[in-house]
Design a protein around this ligand. Sequence first.
Ligand SMILES: Nc1nc2c(c(=O)[nH]1)N[C@H]1C(S)=C(S)[C@@H](COP(=O)(O)O)O[C@H]1N2
Ligand SMILES: [Mo]
Length: 180
Amino acid sequence: MALGLGLGTGLTAPPARAQDAQAPQAQAQQARAQDLPTPTGPVLLTVTGKIARTNQNDAALFDEAMLLALPRHRIETSTPWTDGRKIFEGVRLEDVLDEVGAGAAVTLKARALNDYSIDIPASDAREFDMLLALRMDGKPLSRRDKGPIWIVYPRDSVPKVQDERYDSRWVWQLNGLDVR
Ligand SMILES: Nc1nc2c(c(=O)[nH]1)N[C@H]1C(S)=C(S)[C@@H](COP(=O)(O)O)O[C@H]1N2
Ligand SMILES: [Mo]
């Protein structure tokens, strides 16, 4: 995650100076601490817990535009809940964690609109590059169709996640992540 922060965003670390006590990542997070924008549209996702960047009290709120401002990615896979292969588009969970300065995350308590909640190991985000999917086959995920945000694992391409344990982490109607 520490490497991903710098490489993924194209940022270069400032030159190290002898008197700098902080690691480059801590400096970068501090410099970015104020600049998480405030949502202007409906809030789709609220991130709380061990995060360095917030925009309302101790939380980081995201509307759709803020999420889609992150690099967009896609996963093509079949799922136990849909027919055939689907193209899911959205942003990487790991990029969202980097955006809020969640480098110390061990567990993510994911919450859904239907009050479903489950603990997801933060290491999954590094290992599997899950998506917070906002679209399926080009169409926004509606609430009745597991939207507006669905956690998507690369199920077809990674046999390890073809398992009930991982299926339970495909949280649909995701609206909250508590970083622990
Ligand atoms: N929002 C939400 N996501 C959810 C669930 C849920 O009830 N609500 N169930 C989880 C579990 S336990 C599993 S195994 C899979 C599949 O749920 P299903 O068996 O109801 O299809 O979705 C997961 N994601
Ligand atoms: Mo389940």
